[in-house]
Structure formats: C-alpha cells, structure tokens
Design a protein around this ligand. Structure first.
Ligand SMILES: Cc1cc2nc3c(=O)[nH]c(=O)nc-3n(C[C@H](O)[C@H](O)[C@H](O)COP(=O)(O)O)c2cc1C
Length: 332
C-alpha cells in the first residue's frame, strides 16, 4: 500500500530534545519538532532555567514550545508570555511522571475531561497562536477519555492532537494501541498525529495503515538515531533528495550526525555542548563495537569539548573500519 507524504515529527523528550538536537532532527528530515515540556509555573515565575528550555533559532521554524501545568489561569498566562516567540503552543496531557501527576498536571488531567477542555479553551482564547495538544489514551483506571476529549477539543478549535497510544498507568510498558488512535482519527475533522512505537519504515507504514493518522511522531526511535526521519521517508518512496551526510554507510551517517550535533551545540549553547551531551554520547554509540569500553572512558571525562572529540574519533574509526572492510570484501 502506498502512502502519500504526511509530516513526520520529532517527539518532545525531556533531557533529549534540546535545541541543537531539534535542529539536527530538522536537517535529518523531521518536518517539525517540539521542545521538551516546560512547567507553566517556572515560566510565569520567570525561572531562568525554564526560559532556557523555550529558546529557539530561525532554522527550527515552526517553533513549538510545549507547556504543562495544573492551574488553568497559570497556563493561560504562560500562553500569553510565549505568544511573541511561538508559532504553535503545545499542551502536554501525557506526562506520567509522579511529580507532574501529583500536581494534577500531565496525563493525570485525563481523568477530568471537563478540566482539560476548560484549560484548552482558556489557552485558545488567550492568544492568536494556534494551540495543539499531546495526550495519552487515558489514565488506565476507568474508561479511556482520549476519544471524548479529542472530540470536545476539536469543537473548541484546537489545531491538532497528537495521541500516544498508551495510558498513564502503562507508562512505557506494553505496546502502543494504534486501534484507539484510529478511533480518534476517524471521529474528528482535525489532524491527528499518531505516536508510539514507530521506529523505522516498517512500523511507520504499519502505524499509518492502522491509524489513518495525518502524521507520525517519533520519540525513542530517534534517540541517537536522528537519521530515522530520512530513512523512513526514503523507505516510503517519498521524494526526499540526498541526505546531508551524502551517500554511504550507516556509520558515515552516524558520524556525520554526531559532528553536526557538536557544531550546532557550539552555535546555539553558551558552553560547548549542551547539558545533554553525555546522554547523547551514550545514545549515539549504543550497541556499537567497543562502545562499552569507550563509555567507561567517557564517564571519566569532565570537559565537554574533550568528550565530544572522543566520540567523534571513535565514530570516525568505526567508519574507517567499515570502509576498509567494504573495500576488502569488494576485492574478494
Ligand atoms: C526520555 C523521554 C522524555 C520524554 N519527555 C516528554 C516530554 O517532555 N513531553 C511529552 O509530551 N512527552 C515526552 N515523552 C514521551 C514521548 O514524547 C513519546 O510520547 C513516547 O516516548 C512514545 O513515543 P515513542 O514510542 O516513539 O518513543 C518522553 C519520552 C521519553 C522516552
């Protein structure tokens, strides 16, 4: 079955999708990106750390900061504060973290559809910037509420809805239920983005077929693998042109992405490498030959520039080894 091109986006992920990584994902074929979730309470109190999370760069456009909170007035105020920089503002009803849910925010709000609708209505009426939402299927106790909430939010004028096909109780266990995403997608006139367990062309096709969604959002499948966007589009047969890493092996693509992440980090962060550098270093090298020994070395390096260089060297060597063995086997 052929699928017409739909947007494939990078999911918001706390501790992963910093600005440099989002720019990298865009260069690797992601159609849009969303910031990690930021507390409305932090932004309204002008907390510096919270405001750093909603920084962007013209190359990211559209800029979509994601916010969460349990207080409707605070959420509306936050939307007003973000309106001069955001192209779309996304509201999180999906976070399962106990410290978020205890404050009646994130996925915990799914137990109270009226409150979700009131919150989104207030946010929509506080700004001209379009509002989107990202939610789970429900809390996992009692009936799932995502279908009812989606229908009501579509009436309120929300731009689009992204649904992660798991409940709050499931956190990340089990498999995403794409059938429930289909039910939602079939019952509203606004775009529904399917999220959960898409990691490659095969799962992307299966998810589009199962959900009939207007787009896909990829989270864990893009950690350490920003090339996934290009790979899927190419696998789908959509015209994507040459990738920025040129022709070549997956190890060349990986090495290019790492070096580009370092370059972008240098451009957009004050210090060399962002706060997530070590985490990305681990993700980019996971499962590769000799990666565990290299990781032990990484943990002893405090200087971010040295850490970046160490991973670059390691990936360069792997690429060379790969090229050598390709040459050797072609000479057989
Ligand atoms: C490390 C990590 C951090 C996450 N942080 C956020 C977040 O800040 N906001 C959000 O809406 N979802 C967050 N999520 C959920 C993802 O956006 C996504 O919904 C989920 O991982 C399912 O998609 P996947 O199967 O493609 O990973 C996070 C997930 C992970 C793994």
């Amino acid at each position: 079955m052929d699928f017409s091109p739909v947007p494939i986006s990078l999911a918001p992920m706390a501790g992963v999708t910093d600005l440099a990584y989002r720019l990298l994902a865009r260069e690797c074929g992601a159609d849009f990106t969303v910031t990690e979730f930021t507390a409305a309470s932090g932004l309204t109190r002008r907390n510096t750390y919270s405001w750093l999370k909603v920084e962007t760069d013209p190359r990211e456009a559209p800029f979509i900061p994601q916010i969460f909170g349990g207080d409707i007035s605070e959420m509306a105020k936050t939307v007003e504060m973000l309106e001069d920089r955001a192209d779309i503002i996304d509201i999180n009803f999906g976070c399962p973290a106990p410290k978020v849910c205890r404050n009646d925010a994130g996925a915990a709000l799914l137990r109270d559809p009226d409150k979700v609708v009131n919150m989104v209505r207030r946010c929509i009426s506080s700004t001209d910037v379009p509002i989107s939402v990202k939610m789970r299927l429900g809390t996992g106790s009692g009936e799932n509420t995502a279908l009812e909430i989606s229908q009501r939010l579509a009436e309120e004028g929300v731009l689009r809805i992204c649904v992660h096909g798991r409940t709050l109780r499931q956190r990340y266990s089990g498999t995403a239920d794409w059938n429930q995403i289909k039910e939602i997608s079939d019952s509203v006139d606004i775009p529904v983005i399917a999220n959960g367990d898409v990691i490659d062309t095969y799962s992307a096709k299966a998810c589009l077929q199962a959900t009939g969604a207007s787009g896909l959002m990829i989270g864990r499948g893009a950690i350490g693998r920003p090339t996934v966007f290009h790979e899927i589009k190419q696998g789908m047969g959509w015209s994507v042109g040459n990738p920025p890493w040129g022709e070549g092996s997956p190890s060349k693509a990986r090495r290019w992405c790492w070096d580009r992440y370092l370059e972008l980090s240098e451009e957009v962060f004050d210090e060399s490498g962002g706060k997530n550098l070590k985490r990305h270093a681990v993700s980019f090298t996971k499962g590769l030959p000799g990666a565990s020994a290299m990781r032990v070395r990484l943990h002893s390096i405090q200087d971010k520039e040295k850490l970046g260089d160490e991973v670059s060297r390691y990936l360069h060597n792997l690429e060379e080894d790969g090229t050598q063995s390709e040459i050797a086997s072609s000479n057989l």
